[in-house]
Design a protein around this ligand. Sequence first.
Ligand code: ADP
Ligand code: MG
Length: 155
Amino acid sequence: MEKEYLTKNPNQTKKLGEALAKKILKTRPRKGAFIIGLEGDLGGGKTTFLQGFAKGLGIKEKILSPTFIIMRRFRIRVNSRKFADFYHIDCYRIQRPKEILELGFKEIISNSKNLVAIEWAERIKKILPKNVFILKFEFINRDRRKIVLELINGK
Ligand code: ADP
Ligand code: MG
């Protein structure tokens, strides 16, 4: 099941991200990392969404568009017995999934203490597990973005 949102400014998109992070913090422990995959248009708001998401995890560092960096790790700062680290991965610049594997991707996603967000997840579909939560971002006009979220536990 999915839910569709239309945001009218970057702040609304950040708020959505923050709300999703808080929801994920409350989910039951699972095998392996909790992975969200962000797909869709360039400028669609994926990085903006993750800025709010990181805020929801108590992360103070700025989440950047990793133009030159494919992966960054942040310590999760809210009290959580479940999660320790947040990984921000951006596949925009990668040519093949192997480049992600070389960064230790398999270990990262097998650790249930990790929360992993992957921009341009569609580019590494081949190496993604099945239980990834997919978020789709669509550029409507200068200020509007359509965001489609998979529901977590029906909410
Ligand atoms: P992506 O990571 O999907 O390429 P970004 O989040 O880096 O997209 O860029 C989105 C750009 O669009 C930012 O410059 C942001 O300020 C702008 N923007 C305008 N309206 C919105 C909105 N409703 N939601 C998110 N970003 C928006
Ligand atoms: Mg981005």
